[in-house]
Ligand binder design. Structure first.
Ligand code: ADP
Ligand code: MG
Length: 542
């Protein structure tokens, strides 16, 4: 502005105009420069963007290639794995098949071995011993002693197992000692989940033997609460037997055996067999007839005695034998008899039977004269037996037989003078009283007396087995009424099966070991070949 001082307005305006033009010029050149610079920059950016895009697409292509390779490799891997899997599956299938084959072969071999073992048992007259381990039950927890919870838990711990179907494994542990496993072998071992069906399945062949002419005895041995009565009869409801239960799967050996006997008889010629039942209890070394009736026909137990006959057999004179036509008649009778059986609660079991129960089915078979002497399997024994039971029944006698045995059994028509023979075979089913020692049952007074009688009779049984095992000339059958009554089955010509019953809990370890010891000794008894009563060949029976 200093330069403008003293200048005219025109000059000033001109000056301004010239300056404006100059500035305009300058501005436009600036704009151009700027434009250029921007353009250059844009070009550069575009170029780098382009090269970046190129790089990116290259990288993308490279990476997608790698990915593709990876995917391909993975797919290949999966395919390989699939193939390997298929191979494994095939191998597993092959293995499964061969395992199945081996198992089948093993089962066959086992059956063969069992059959051989059975023949051996038969030849040697061994006592068969089956062992059943019952499940742990709520009452196993019940204290009865004032002991700590920990100790209580220990006591109800399971220590007896079925290692397999022929082996019992017992974990024996004492405080402060390492536990030892002990094993016991028997003809058959049932684990705690095996049903009454399974137990009976192994008993059934003995009943076929019964009708083939063998005497059979099945006895349950074990401490109180180990499942003897459950195994022999079935579950008890309020101390009574639920025989008529709809659920037949719970029935024990006695009702099932009777059903089976009648089923087998139904396949034979009608009228040639009849069945009689006796129910006896051995209580405090006395024998009671549980089917005896008073003059009003009411059953009440009467004391009987056991004697040895001239033939050296044991017999109970005056014992009531009731003829039964079918299994339900039998069950009705046994149920009535059982109501008279002595029972007292013990610490171990609320419905503990304090007596030995012996249910006997006597099967009388009529054999007709035509067949005598032709088809006996054992001639010598046949002659002896002919002497024993062969007789000539006139028609009247035969009628009286059928009348006394039963009104309804359809008698066979035969000639008045035809020679017939009666052959009797016997099935004895025994539910022994508990084998525990006095301390375990926690009884006193009269019950203590009962227990000592039970113990004495069971040790008499063990002594008898011991004497037979050692083939001593004198077998002390008469030391107790129980052994005297069972003499023919234990020492004589019967197929004998001992059903050992075991409680699995630690609390009962001593008792279980005692029972297992009894079973082991019983297995070692050899009584000589079991004799068959003489029957004609079935095809020849009339
Ligand atoms: P024991 O006659 O030896 O004294 P029980 O047969 O009376 O013994 O059995 C004692 C209890 O155990 C009963 O309540 C019975 O129902 C139950 N029991 C026994 N064995 C079995 C088993 N295998 N399965 C289920 N319950 C059983
Ligand atoms: Mg019982």
């Amino acid at each position: 502005y200093q330069g403008l001082a003293g200048r005219s307005t025109n000059e000033v305006l001109q000056l301004y105009a010239a300056r404006g033009g100059q500035q305009k010029l300058q501005r436009s050149s600036l704009v151009t420069q700027l434009h250029r610079a921007i353009k250059k920059r844009l070009k550069q950016d575009l170029k780098s963007l382009h090269s970046f895009a190129l790089e990116l697409s290259k990288e993308f292509r490279r990476q997608s290639k790698t990915c593709l390779y990876q995917v391909l490799a993975a797919v290949q891997g999966v395919q390989l794995q699939n193939e390997a899997m298929q191979m494994f599956q095939i191998k597993a299938f092959d293995l499964e098949q061969s395992l199945q084959e081996v198992t089948e072969r093993y089962e066959k071999e086992k059956q063969k071995r069992r059959a051989l073992h059975n023949s051996l048992v038969e030849l040697r007259g061994n006592i068969r011993v089956h062992c059943r381990i019952r499940p742990l039950l709520p009452f196993d927890d019940a204290a009865g002693h004032s002991i700590s919870q920990d100790r209580q838990r220990n006591l109800s711990e399971k220590v007896a197992y079925a290692a397999d179907d022929e082996t019992v494994l017992v974990k024996c542990s004492r405080p402060g000692h390492a536990s030892i496993n002990k094993t016991f072998q028997f003809e058959r071992v049932y684990n705690d989940s095996e049903s009454q069906d399974a137990v009976f399945a192994d008993v059934a062949p003995l009943l076929t033997s019964l009708l083939d002419g063998y005497n059979v005895c099945i006895m349950a041995y074990g401490q109180t609460g180990s499942g003897k009565t459950y195994t022999m009869l079935g579950p008890q409801v309020e101390g009574n037997f639920a025989f008529a239960i709809e659920d037949e799967s719970e029935l024990g050996i006695i009702p099932r055996a009777t059903q089976e006997v009648f089923r087998l008889i139904s396949e034979k010629p009608p009228g040639s067999y009849w069945v009689e039942v006796s129910v006896v209890e051995v209580y405090n070394n006395e024998i009671f007839d549980l089917l005896a009736k008073d003059s009003y026909g009411k059953v009440f137990s009467i004391k009987r005695d056991v004697v040895t006959t001239r033939e050296g057999k044991s017999d109970v004179p005056l014992l009531t034998h009731e003829t039964v036509e079918n299994a339900s008649e039998f069950l009705h009778l046994v149920k009535k008899g059982l109501q008279l059986r002595v029972r007292h609660p013990t610490l171990v079991h609320a419905h503990s039977s304090r007596s030995h129960l012996v249910v006997t089915l006597t099967i009388t078979t009529l054999v007709f004269g035509d067949n005598f002497g032709t088809s006996w399997e054992d001639e010598q024994a046949s002659q002896r037996l002919n002497k024993d039971v062969s007789c000539t029944f006139p028609q009247k006698t035969r009628d009286s037989i059928s009348a006394s045995s039963s009104g309804t059994s359809s008698p066979v028509q035969f000639e008045a003078t035809e020679k017939i023979k009666q052959v009797k075979t016997r099935l004895q089913l025994v539910d022994l009283a508990g084998s525990e020692c006095v301390g375990m049952s926690g009884v006193t007074g009269a019950a203590l007396r009962e227990t000592s009688f039970i113990n004495r009779s069971l040790s008499a049984l063990a002594d008898v087995l011991g004497a037979i095992a050692e083939q001593r000339s004198h077998v002390p059958y008469r030391n107790s009424k129980l052994t005297h009554l069972l003499q023919d089955s234990v020492g004589g010509d019967a197929k004998l099966l001992v059903m050992l019953c075991i409680s699995p809990g630690q609390k009962y370890l001593t008792e279980s070991m005692q029972s297992l010891g009894f079973g082991t000794r019983a297995r070692q008894v050899q009584r000589g070949q079991v004799k068959k009563k003489n029957f004609p060949m079935p095809s020849k029976a009339k």
